[in-house]
Design a protein around this ligand. Structure first.
Ligand code: HEM
Length: 322
């Protein structure tokens, strides 16, 4: 009897850990986990705090308080929030609920800030690691600024080389490495027998397309001349997709490029960017988990050297400043 009590659990355990039952158990656990975690309500109902809730509460609170305030104190302001509040049906009722307004505000916040920050990060890094390109940008911006006397809208549009540099940065480091669409009807990809049934989610990767050597020879080399007008002309428009394409293309393409240019011109007017001893050589290593493209470890150390401390070619004359 005692012998049986000792050997039975061992027999059960060794059966459980044999290949077939073990596979069944693993698959079952994976299925339970997947089903349970599909919807966060599962965890919420067990008292696990929703990590997104704090952010949602913050935005909801800011938007609701601002709407309340503006309802009580009407303003002639024509900002984004006011435009959404003023969208009314023919009877004068507000069309967008405060939840919709909050969602749009969050979309602009996420779509607008981290993307531009990512572009500026990689542009600064690319300039620092390609001093000859940075020098050419500074020559161009110095000349245009002295002609216009200030950093105006027109001045920024007279900087074609800066435009090429940003275009090349967005090619090599597109902030959104993928875009998505859902098929609204059955569709067969032209020239193939690949059928997409209605409702299929399709992901496209500007990152992969823009680093494909068939589209851009020697793709990891940072070369703004790929965006000379004649070079742009030679390529299919859909091999360059940092802002997406079609009816849902980024609504702020021009604004985003403009603000990035203003930031870079203001910086390069006063300073030259340089790599530090720990700056990785190009191309920048990337964080594999970030939603918006970011450098590995979330940092790319650079030196910002006041131009008064460099000679004309950007070489340091005195102490470098971090
Ligand atoms: C370098 C900066 C930016 C990049 C690379 C970028 C990229 C993109 C991409 C790839 C999409 C999806 C397009 C598609 O699926 O075809 C998108 C959509 C969008 N972006 Fe941007 N974006 C940038 C800056 C901004 C800024 C500054 C704003 C707002 C001020 C903004 C607002 C939006 C909005 C509202 C959408 C959704 C458009 C829609 O679904 O109709 N983006 N952006």
């Amino acid at each position: 009897m005692l012998g049986w009590l000792l050997t039975a659990p061992l027999a059960v355990l060794s059966w459980l850990f044999s290949p077939v039952p073990l596979t069944v158990i693993v698959l079952l656990c994976a299925w339970i986990y997947r089903t349970a975690t599909k919807n966060f309500d599962f965890w919420k109902s067990r008292g696990v705090p929703d990590p997104q809730q704090k952010a949602i509460d913050f935005f909801t609170d800011v938007v609701n308080k601002t709407i309340d305030y503006r309802d009580k104190h009407p303003t002639s302001s024509r900002d984004f929030l006011q435009l959404m509040m003023d969208t009314k049906d023919k009877d004068g009722n507000r069309i967008l609920t405060s939840k919709s307004i909050m969602a749009q505000a969050v979309l602009f916040f996420i779509g607008g800030f981290d993307t531009t920050a990512s572009l500026l990060t990689f542009a600064a890094y690319s300039l620092a690691t390609h001093p000859e390109i940075q020098e050419r940008v500074q020559e161009e911006t110095d000349e245009v600024l002295s002609k216009h006397g200030a950093l105006t809208y027109d001045a920024v549009h007279e900087m074609p080389y800066l435009d090429q540099v940003l275009a090349e940065t967005l090619r090599l480091y597109p902030p959104f490495s993928r875009t998505e669409r859902v098929a609204t009807k059955d569709y067969t990809l032209p020239g193939t027998d690949i059928r997409l049934p209605t409702g299929t989610a399709v992901q496209m990767s500007p990152f992969a397309i823009q680093r494909d050597p068939d589209n851009y020879p020697d793709p990891l080399r940072f070369d703004p001349d790929r965006f000379l007008p004649e070079e742009r002309e030679r390529r299919h428009p859909c091999v360059y997709l940092p802002f997406g394409s079609g009816p849902r293309v980024c609504i702020a393409t021009r604004f985003a490029l403009f603000e990035a240019k203003v930031a870079l011109v203001a910086l390069l007017k006063q300073a030259t960017l340089k790599p530090t001893s720990t700056t990785p050589p190009p191309p920048a290593p990337l964080d594999k988990k970030s939603f918006i493209l970011s450098p590995e470890g979330q940092k790319l150390p650079l030196l910002v050297v006041p131009r008064s401390k460099t000679d004309g070619a950007g070489r340091c004359l005195r102490n470098e400043v971090r």
